[in-house]
Design a protein around this ligand. Structure first.
Ligand code: GLY
Ligand code: MN
Ligand code: MN
Length: 449
C-alpha cells in the first residue's frame, strides 16, 4: 500500500518550520517577560498506566509541547527554552527491551534544536541548568519537580498568554493543517464508498482509517460514524459492528492529523431518499453561505446567530417548523434542531484553546445569551483557523422537551416523525482566515483528492 502519510511538499516545510519556530520563540519570550520568568520548560506528557494492569493508555502528547516540535510519540521528553538561545530537546530514550525505544528524531525540524537523549528523569534534569528558580514548567505535575527547583508549575497567567497566541497560525502550521485536511478527505471518500456498499459503522471506520493511514489513537478525535438514527447523537461513539436492516443515512464526523495538527470534517449522506438528499443539499448551500462570511474582523458570535437565522429559513422551507423564520429564532425553536455552536478554533487540538479570550492579560468574551455551547466568541483575525459546522438534527431529548413547552405548536410533528430515521445532518469544513477573506481547507482537499 502506498504511504498515504507521505507529504507532497516536504521540502517546503523546511523553510516554513524555521520561521514558525522563530515566531514561537519570539512570542514565548514575550510571554515569559510579561509574567516574570526567564525560561520555559515544557513536558511532552507521561504514559498513564491502566489501573492494576501493566498496559498504558495510548499516549497523547501535550499540545504546549507539540507547538515546538512535531514529536507525537516521545513521552517523558522536555523542551527547554531560554530567550536568545537555541531550544534544547531532552529526548526520552529509555533503556528498554519490552518496548521499542523511540529513535532519535530526524526530519525538517531537528536542525533547529539542540537534541540530547536521556534515559530517565534524572538524566533529563542533568541536561538542564542547575538553577531553575525563574523557570516556568508546563506539563504533568511530576513528583520529581519538588526537587528540581522550578519557579512555578503550570502558571495560569503564562498559559493564558501562550494559548491566546495559538489562535493565529503560522504559514508552517497552515501547511500542516492543509495536509491534515487532505488525509481526512481521503478517509471520507473511502468511508462514503463503504457506506454505499452497505457496510456497518465499524466497517466504515476501518475503511476510513486505512485510507488515512492512521490508527484511531493517531486521529485528532474518535470518529463519529453514525448510521440512521445514530446521527442524532452529537458525539455518537457506538461503532455498531453489525449492518443495519436498512441504510437510510450516514453522518460521519472524522478527520486526520498531520504533524500534530488536526482537521475536523463532517459530511452527511443519504442512501436512496431524494427528500433527505435534498435537505442535505439545502444545508450544504446554507453552510457555504456562512463560509462566505468568514473574514478578518468578523465577530464569530454574529456568524453563530446568522446560522440560526438561516437555519430557520431551511426549517420553514422544509416544512419542519410551521411558524415564520423570525419567530423560530425568537422562540429558540431553531435550538431544538441545532443545539451546538457553529464552530470553534482548530489547530494542535480539535477544539483549540483560547476561544473566549479578550486579551492575553485577562477577561473573557461572553457567549450570546441562550447559546451555552458556543466555543468561540473572539473576532476573527488573519491566520485564525475555524470550523464551520451547521447542523439540523432530530434529537429525541430535545424534541420531547419542545413538545412539552411553548415550541410545541411551532413544529410540524408529522414531518419530524418521518425524518427521525435519518438522525440528522451536519456539514463541517475547516477555514483559514486570510488577508483576502478565507481559504476553505476542506473543500480544496476534496477537490484535489
Ligand atoms: N468533531 C467534533 C466537532 O466537530 O467539534
Ligand atoms: Mn468541529
Ligand atoms: Mn467535527
Amino acid at each position: 500500500m502506498a504511504d498515504v502519510r507521505a507529504l507532497p511538499q516536504q521540502s517546503s516545510l523546511d523553510a516554513l518550520f524555521a520561521s514558525h519556530l522563530e515566531a514561537v520563540c519570539a512570542r514565548s519570550a514575550r510571554a515569559l517577560e510579561a509574567c516574570g520568568y526567564s525560561a520555559l520548560l515544557v513536558h511532552s506528557g507521561s504514559l498513564l498506566p491502566v489501573f492494576q494492569d501493566d498496559r498504558t493508555y495510548p499516549f497523547q502528547v501535550h499540545a504546549p509541547f507539540k507547538v515546538w516540535a512535531p514529536l507525537l510519540d516521545a513521552p517523558g521528553s522536555f523542551v527547554y527554552f531560554e530567550p536568545g538561545r537555541r531550544p534544547l530537546l531532552a529526548f526520552h530514550q529509555p533503556d528498554d527491551y519490552w518496548y521499542q525505544p523511540p529513535a532519535l528524531p530526524q526530519g525538517y525540524w531537528t536542525g533547529h534544536f539542540e537534541i540530547r537523549p536521556c534515559r530517565d528523569l534524572n538524566a533529563a534534569r542533568r541536561l538542564l541548568p542547575p538553577n531553575l528558580r525563574t523557570t516556568a514548567f508546563l506539563g504533568d505535575s511530576l513528583p520529581e519537580l519538588a526537587s528540581w527547583g522550578v519557579s512555578d508549575v503550570n502558571p495560569p497567567r503564562l498559559i493564558r498568554h501562550l494559548d491566546f497566541a495559538r489562535a493565529a497560525k503560522s504559514p508552517y502550521e497552515l501547511a500542516c493543517l492543509r495536509q491534515a485536511s487532505r488525509l481526512g478527505a481521503r478517509g471520507h471518500l473511502a468511508a462514503t464508498r463503504a457506506f454505499e456498499a452497505g457496510a456497518s459503522e465499524f466497517e466504515i471506520e476501518l475503511a476510513f482509517l486505512a485510507a488515512c493511514g492512521q490508527r484511531e489513537q493517531d486521529l485528532p478525535y474518535n470518529p463519529i460514524i453514525a448510521l440512521n438514527e445514530g446521527g442524532a447523537v452529537l458525539h455518537y461513539q457506538v461503532l455498531e459492528t453489525s449492518r443495519p436492516a436498512e441504510h437510510h443515512s450516514l453522518l460521519i464526523d472524522a478527520a486526520a492529523e498531520f504533524a500534530g495538527y488536526a482537521s475536523d470534517i463532517t459530511r452527511t449522506h443519504s442512501r436512496r431518499d431524494p427528500d433527505f438528499a435534498a435537505l442535505i443539499g439545502r444545508m450544504d448551500r446554507m453552510q457555504q453561505t456562512l463560509c462566505s462570511e468568514v473574514r478578518s474582523g468578523v465577530d464569530w458570535r454574529e456568524i453563530h446567530l446568522q446560522a440560526h437565522r438561516l437555519l430557520a429559513e431551511v426549517l420553514r422551507e422544509a416544512e419542519i417548523v410551521t411558524c415564520a423564520a423570525e419567530e423560530a429564532v425568537a422562540t429558540a425553536t431553531t435550538s431544538v434542531f441545532l443545539p451546538h455552536g457553529i464552530g470553534h478554533l482548530l489547530g494542535l487540538e480539535v477544539h483549540d484553546v483560547g476561544g473566549f479570550m479578550r486579551s492575553p492579560d485577562g477577561g473573557d468574551i461572553p457567549r450570546p445569551e441562550g447559546h451555552p455551547f458556543l466555543r468561540l466568541t473572539r473576532t476573527l483575525e488573519e491566520g485564525f483557523v475555524v470550523t464551520m459546522e451547521p447542523g439540523l438534527y432530530f434529537i429525541p431529548q430535545l424534541l420531547d422537551a419542545a413538545r412539552a413547552d411553548h415550541r410545541s405548536g411551532r413544529i410540524n410533528w408529522s414531518r419530524v416523525e418521518s425524518l427521525r430515521k435519518f438522525g440528522g445532518i451536519r456539514i463541517e469544513d475547516d477555514l483559514a482566515v486570510t488577508a483576502a477573506g478565507h481559504e476553505n481547507l476542506t473543500r480544496d482537499a476534496f477537490r484535489s483528492s
